[in-house]
Design a protein around this ligand. Structure first.
Ligand code: NAD
Length: 356
């Protein structure tokens, strides 16, 4: 089991160190190798995704990724910015399926921005297509408009597109995932306005014929955004395109209390995956030892389950996380009166202890 550890920038190294500590405490044999990525890699070698890092990622069964980015790189040319490392890894490894579970832990119900009765017991899974859609569609760019409302003026444009195989494979991932859960998939689209998403809806409906045991419904993205805050527990698995998934998964993350709790997985068709917390590099708290490492630790659990074939070890980590929350330990982002405030390292140590 070879794991590439890419800590990245900001709080990335702090939270990744805690996840590595937890992995090492499982008593399993891993080969782990660390490499720089993002701003750290740019500083070291002039590129956010150096060839050596990419080769390590390609050769590993799984990648544990911290986070990348810092405001100080905002003036760099786009291909040199830290965030390009993630896009580069997704593309090079064909990581098309992004899993973002949104689980509201019993002990954190009061940290949610919604009423406790709306989120208590929440356990939904958002599956976002990750390599297509308007984020990657060509052509894109800037030009002088030849038509539209203001011909002769400067304009910018992107292209929304999805091929049938791209939609089919993400739909299959969603139906398979739902089979292991509550057997319900909601496909989110904008079929009333966009050709791309009418096609999406038609293809998902066709694929559904192979999964008669799973219920399928379709929802427009504007309604889905509303339902996520009105009745989030009505969902089981949501499957959607790259841009809608980007927005809805962040919305869903807030239902759970803190973005510091949310893991994610991005998988290719060989089950090789990149595992990372859903949040960014949090430059505002980097180096202070206060970042919540649980999203990264839970990402390591997803890695054990999806890419390394170790579901029992994944369960052990998730149970340990619930145990430390039950003990009342909280990093500042999830702290409330009556609980015990701890730092990044103490939280990692507590999870290790709870494993035993
Ligand atoms: P962010 O997720 O880094 O931070 C948003 C807020 O959440 C901040 O107040 C931060 O302190 C807090 N936060 C995030 N993670 C936390 C944790 N584990 N514990 C406690 N608090 C936490 O988003 P941002 O501020 O918009 O972006 C910062 C940088 O991260 C930018 O450069 C952005 O491009 C980058 N980014 C990277 C990724 C990634 O690596 N996958 C994702 C999103 C943003």
């Amino acid at each position: 089991m070879k794991i590439a550890i890419l800590p990245g920038d900001g709080i990335g190294p702090e939270i990744t160190a805690e996840a590595v500590k937890v992995l090492n405490a499982l008593g399993l044999k891993f080969e782990m190798e660390t490499a720089p990525v993002g701003g750290a890699a740019y500083e070291a070698s002039g590129h956010p995704l150096p060839e050596a890092t990419l080769n390590l990622a390609k050769s590993a069964d799984a990648i544990l990724f911290g986070a990348v980015g810092d405001w100080k790189y905002d003036t760099l040319d786009r291909p040199l910015r830290p965030e390009q490392a993630i896009l580069g890894l997704r593309k090079a490894l064909g990581l098309f399926a992004n899993f973002r579970p949104a689980i509201c832990y019993e002990q954190l119900v009061s940290a949610s921005s919604l009423k406790p009765e709306l989120v208590a017991g929440l356990d939904i899974l958002i599956i976002r297509e990750l390599t297509g859609d308007i984020y990657f569609g060509q052509p894109r760019g800037k030009r002088t408009a030849t038509d539209g409302h203001f011909p002769g003026t400067e304009e910018a444009f992107d292209t929304m597109r999805y091929s049938k195989p791209e939609i089919e494979r993400i739909a299959r991932v969603a139906f398979e995932a739902a089979r292991k859960r509550n057997k319900k998939v909601t496909s989110v689209d904008k079929a009333n306005v966009l050709e791309t998403f009418q096609f999406w809806k038609d293809v998902v409906t066709e694929v559904h014929k192979d999964y008669p045991d799973v219920a399928l419904d379709h929802m427009y993205v504007d309604n889905a955004a509303m339902q996520l805050v009105k009745a989030p527990k009505a969902f089981d698995v949501i499957v959607t395109g790259n841009m809608f998934g980007d927005i809805l998964s962040d919305e869903a993350s807030m239902l759970t209390g803190s973005i510091g709790m949310l893991p994610s997985a991005s998988l290719n068709d060989k089950k090789q995956g990149l595992y990372e917390p859903s949040h960014g590099s949090a430059p505002d708290i980097a180096g202070k030892g206060v970042a919540n490492p649980l999203a990264t630790i839970l990402s390591a659990a997803m890695m054990l389950r999806f890419s390394l074939g170790q579901p029992e070890a994944a369960d052990r980590i998730e149970t340990a996380v619930k145990a430390v929350l039950a003990q009342g330990l909280r990093t500042p982002d999830i702290y409330s009166e009556g609980t015990t405030k701890v730092g990044t390292r103490e939280m990692g140590d507590a999870v290790v202890k709870a494993l035993k």
